[in-house]
Design a binder for this molecule. Structure first.
Ligand code: UGA
Length: 431
């Protein structure tokens, strides 16, 4: 029979909420704690402050085993496991800021039945050892420590949690490893146990390799443009090699989000701090930084060498479809660059949260793609929202001042767009 645990999850962001809701679904008693009053109040009143497919339903279905609080002491008091899902943002040096993790550790003294502390937040290798030392100093030698990195992708996080490719557990001792494995009973995926530093590294290495695959594909796309090959045909055939696989080889304006940019910088900083220059990762980051800039340059060339007083519509703001998240999205670099070149920027996105900060404070947002495109000199597809396939592109060509498109996600068919009268550019494809 499944053993029920009392879990305190720290952090009600994408990771913490999904973790808490999924553990409640698996039958555990969960309390999720966050420092943001507004966020906790929304959750206490039955709302969900972020969009994640299936999350609102999961929270509602398991409401009797899931509660939310601002009070850290109250959260840890009767819990036997503390899950740390707080954010670890980049500092100026590219290192991860661990201050929120330390704040959690500071509250552990209140716990009466604590058996284990598990860190899910992405952290530099060696963090576990530091947390362990801090716990020992606080008289918590009897409490186990584990690293349990997450591999869920936004937009499909609930599915990824419940049906993962693997559950990685790094623990100092077999009792703690067994406890964390037990929490995952009912999850459909193999459990891989290892030591704490290796578990911490798995997470960074996996994200860096995924980012590398995309940047590599974007480099191939650039060479395709210069030589007359077509990146989609190339990647399709390359990906059929089972040693390489077809995933994360879609060319475009680059990767963004809360993970790849931050984690690749953190891994590079971690290497640099020990005197090693991770040159390949630096190139991966640089290629990604170039992608939106190249898009702006190609638009500029097409618009007779100037973007001044041109109006450009950006379709899609979020870093990928299926999420409301705009963190480190390529759209932000695109909009900033266009504004810097003197263009006026309009935008459309079905889910992005309203943004009051630069560059979006200078961009007008429209309710439909067609409204955003009316009268503009060019349109850029930035996020591959599926609804963009169904836009009436014939009508779009008619309402634009000039039917010029940069398809930054290779979403549409070059021939078709050409036949509708568009001057159509995309990433690494033959037109
Ligand atoms: C990523 C990883 O995929 C997860 O495994 C990991 O757990 C998560 O980071 C994390 O560290 O928390 P996520 O940031 O949600 O998940 O986003 P992805 O779906 O991986 O996409 C990242 C970016 O790469 C997006 O901007 C997307 O448009 C871009 N991308 C993806 C491409 O440009 N080409 C591709 O072929 C695939």
């Amino acid at each position: 029979m499944m053993e029920k645990h009392r879990i305190a999850v720290f952090g009600a962001g994408y990771i913490g909420l999904v973790t808490g809701a999924c553990f409640a679904k698996l039958g555990h008693d969960v309390v999720v704690r966050d420092i943001q009053k507004e966020r906790v109040e929304i959750l206490q009143n039955g709302g969900v402050p972020i969009y994640e497919a299936g999350l609102a339903e999961l929270i509602a279905e398991n409401a009797d085993r899931l509660r939310f609080t601002l009070d850290a002491e109250e959260a840890v008091r009767d819990s036997d496991v503390v899950y740390v899902c707080v954010d670890t943002p980049s500092t100026l040096s590219g290192d991860a800021d661990l201050s929120r993790i330390w704040q959690v550790i500071d509250t552990l003294g209140e716990a009466r039945h604590l058996a284990a502390v598990v860190v899910k937040s992405t952290v530099p290798v060696g963090t576990g050892a530091r947390v362990r030392a801090a716990m020992d100093q606080a008289g918590l030698q009897h409490v186990g420590y584990a690293s349990n990195p997450e591999f869920t992708a936004e937009g499909q996080a609930v599915r990824d949690f419940l049906q993962p490719d693997r559950v990685v557990i790094g623990a100092d001792d077999s009792r703690t490893a067994k406890l964390v494995a037990q929490l995952h009973e009912g999850v459909g995926g193999p459990v891989v146990e290892m030591d704490v530093p290796s578990a911490e590294m798995v997470k960074l290495a996996a994200n860096a390799l995924l980012a590398t695959k995309i940047s590599f594909t974007n480099e191939i796309a650039t060479v395709c443009e210069a030589t007359g090959a077509d990146v989609e045909q190339v990647v399709h055939a390359v990906g059929l090699d089972h040693r390489l696989g077809p995933h994360y080889m879609k060319a475009g304006v680059g990767w963004g989000g809360s993970c790849f940019p931050k984690d690749s910088r953190a891994l590079r900083a971690m290497a640099s701090n020990s005197g090693y220059s991770f040159q390949m990762l630096s190139s991966v980051i640089e290629v990604n930084d170039l992608q939106p800039r190249r898009a702006v340059q190609r638009l500029k060339d097409e618009l007779d060498g100037t973007l001044r007083d041109r109006t450009i519509a950006l379709l899609g703001i979020t870093f990928k479809p299926g999420t409301d998240d705009v963190r480190e999205a390529p759209s932000t670099i695109l909009a900033s660059r266009l504004l810097a070149e003197g263009a006026a920027v309009r935008c459309w996105d079905p889910l992005a949260r309203p943004l009051a900060t630069a560059p979006w404070s200078s961009a007008t947002r429209y309710a439909t793609p067609l409204e955003a495109m009316t009268g503009v000199d060019a349109v850029v597809i930035v996020t591959d929202w599926p609804e963009l396939r169904d836009v009436d592109w014939d009508q779009a060509a008619a309402v634009m001042a000039r039917p010029l498109m940069f398809d930054g996600r290779n979403l549409l068919e070059p021939q078709r767009m050409g036949s509708l009268g568009f001057t159509y550019m995309s990433v690494g494809r033959r037109t």
